[in-house]
Design a protein around this ligand. Structure first.
Ligand code: ADP
Length: 306
């Protein structure tokens, strides 16, 4: 069983005819709203794969928060630890999707609301009873508090740390925090930022050199249409992507992370782990929004076999 601590947000998509440049305009060709947020997307993806998952997050006491909770519950996610904060709106992401060089360009404008922060009471003992805990909070102090816990609370709990919010920190500080998770998941840009280089090879070597000195035993680095690289203390395993038509890349990283979590539960070796996560990402980019393209386990298996 898996617990995830992080973000639920309400996604408002605007599909544009071109990438808007500052001082210019673009035409909105389609708009849509739906449940989203990195951590709740990851939970939805795990539920579709048949994994039992509980989410700790916070929403506001508004209609969006209610729909988010209902959608997650309908996926089969345990939402008992999603707090409803009074008088604060649910986080909203305004997502601009426009034609881009390699498919689509995406820009996210994040209106922060009821998200988790240090000071929010969390059912720590219950959450850290799970085998895997995904720690995906944007508040660096809360993140540090949570990564410090297992040694005292649950020494056998595996901590999975997405890199996305760590890029808000100075590179060295972010990298140090990243290396306090057993497994890290992120994309190539995030890793390069944290490693202080624009060359992915250099960043990966730097990461691998640091891993034996820290907690981290595996890093899954996604590379969009290039697939991913799985880094362990011993090997660097590049895994090619699947070729698919791209509609919207929102949620590709979340689906990829869910694939990694699933593979960790199954104790797969790097090549199989990367292949499964790439398949999850490829299926997610085929539809608008973070949830529409999410597959069931038989669908991913059939996709990989095809
Ligand atoms: P993020 O959205 O976090 O930057 P990526 O863009 O790296 O994440 O996408 C995550 C994964 O989704 C990739 O590793 C890849 O497996 C899959 N993916 C993303 N974009 C494409 C694409 N254009 N074609 C095929 N697979 C893709």
């Amino acid at each position: 069983r898996v617990a995830a601590i992080g973000l639920a947000s309400w996604d408002r998509f605007l599909v544009l005819d071109r990438s808007p440049r500052p001082g210019s305009y673009a035409i909105v060709t389609h708009r849509e709203e739906q449940s989203g947020g990195t951590t709740s997307n990851l939970c939805a993806a795990l539920c579709r794969l048949g994994v039992s998952v509980t989410l700790a997050a916070a929403v506001g006491d508004d209609a969006e928060g209610q729909i988010l909770l209902q959608d997650l519950a309908a996926e089969g996610c345990d939402v008992r630890h999603v707090r409803v904060k009074q008088g604060i709106p649910t986080d909203a992401c305004f997502i601009l999707v426009a034609p881009g060089e390699d498919g689509t360009d995406r820009t996210i404008l994040w209106e922060q609301g009821a998200r988790l922060q240090l000071g929010d009471p969390l059912p720590i003992d219950e959450l850290f009873q799970h085998d895997l805990v995904v720690v995906d909070v944007d508040d660096p102090k809360l993140r540090q508090f949570l990564v410090d816990l297992p040694a005292h609370v649950a020494p056998r709990t595996q901590m999975i740390g997405p890199l996305v919010y760590l890029t808000e920190l100075q590179p060295e500080q972010g990298l140090r925090l990243a290396l306090q998770h057993d497994v890290i998941v992120g994309n190539d840009d995030e890793l390069c930022y944290l490693a202080g280089t624009d060359q992915l090879d250099v960043a990966i070597e730097r990461l691998r050199a640091l891993m034996p000195l820290h907690v981290t035993r595996l890093a899954a680095i996604s590379r969009g249409a290039e697939g991913c690289v799985i880094v362990t203390r011993r090997d660097i395993t590049p895994v090619p992507a699947f070729e698919v038509p791209v509609v919207d890349t929102t949620g590709a990283g979340d689906a990829f992370a869910a694939g990694i979590v699933y593979g960790l539960l199954r104790r797969w070796e790097p090549a199989r782990l990367g292949q499964f996560a790439n398949a999850m990402g490829a299926l997610a980019v085929r539809a608008l929004g973070a949830r529409a393209g999410l597959p069931t386990l038989p669908e991913v298996e059939a996709f990989i076999a095809a």
